[in-house]
Ligand binder design. Sequence first.
Ligand code: PLP
Length: 496
Amino acid sequence: MDGQQFRAAAHSAIEDIVNYFDSVPDRRVLPAVDPGYLRPLIPENPPTDGETWETIQQDVDTKIKPGLTHWQSPNFMAYYPASVTYPSILGEMYSATFTAPAFNWLCSPACTEMETIVMDWVAKALGLPECFLSTSENLGGGVIQNSASDAIATMLVAARERRVREMVLAEGLQEGSMEYEERKMDLQPRLVAIASDQTHSSAAKGALIAGTRFRTVPTRLDENMEMTGARLREVLEKCEKDGLMPYHLTMTFGTTNTCSVDRFAEIKAVLQEKPAWQRIWVHVDAAYAGAALVADEWQYIAKDFAEGVDSFNMNMHKWLLVNFDASVLFVRNRLDLTNALDITPTYLRNPYSDMGTVIDYRNWSISLGRRFRALKIWFVMRSYGLNGMKAHIRRTIELGNTFADLIRGRSDLFEIVTKPAFALTVFRIKGSKPANGHVNGHSDGQSTGGSAVRKDDAADLVTRQVSEVINSRGEIFITSTVIDGIYVIRVVSANP
Ligand code: PLP
């Protein structure tokens, strides 16, 4: 394809993309295909001779679109959204055009410098404390990661290295010596990462990748599934009794199941109780709900991160108008990251890096090469402005509140299970009405504490049936889950 052909193909592709977005509301959200639908439609072997763009584009229509789940549909209310906007798509086009795996500053100075600047913009837009800015005295800063899972795993590795290093150096061993390495390896098996039982599974996976243990803090429905200080203290004490060393804690701002917010102030107070607990790396996972911080009325939450929080991540690609992947990670001290991840063979050296005056993002993440993702964030922030971003957050939260009110208005049929939050409503169908014409609701006496909602087999059954019927029709897509033993439906209205 030459430039002339590209121009024609790109015009045609853009027409198709705009038409796709225009038609999305009228499409079924879930595709009507069975597993394996695609293989018979695609030739077994790649073509020997090149094909025209017309032929390729036709196949997008006939073979790809029928198998898509339409995440951009207004009827997509499952999981959390994966937003995309036109300015973000333009950013992707330029990013592909300027392709450069910009691992060192020298590999493409604009990629690195734009990332640093845009991360400062994002930190300011979210009202994060000054300590997370690249210009802070404490050497904070932000980096774009592929996903929240990458960000969290990277933080666990950095936390492990920081903790073990501190201990081994305190014993007077020389960094780089055989004794140093041996002692590090002796200590590592005693490290344990902690998170609540509502924390996203990426924390457990991160601990696995970091090669450490993982323990969870139980949550309860009568505490709105939030991690509390008291329950954290019990787990920390138990770990110590078992001879383990807690080294990393994930606090969640907006859990995956119910969008609950852990009790940051209580948790931080508990961590102050013992010197060993003060050394725990505290990470805030705000993958979804962190987007709400662009709106002034939520920024009081971020004030809590000024002290006692080492790192913070949120996904702009969930609720903040930038398409996947745009997971932003902020650290209080970049040296914690680079000490853990900087491995510099000769072929990666250059005078700028050697002088230490530039950022080489390869030392801030697991991958070496990286895409120019800052462009799409820059385009979106400039196109929407802070006011446009706030308006999007407020409008979608308002939609969520409207939905929650509709559910409350039919209390004969529905029960809200956790506090509606950030455009997410978690509810169930009441079990007191016959389900399938013969099942009557009953409580099995398994109380969920002070909450009005109790375990009820009939409610579980009918809620699951309703959820399955809705998704099998494919017009609306919702997610169901189980919290504190109760089957629930989650509906989220945060799609732009
Ligand atoms: N953390 C939370 C709270 C989430 O809800 C999710 C995904 O929904 C993740 C982490 C993982 O996100 P990613 O897909 O970016 O790894």
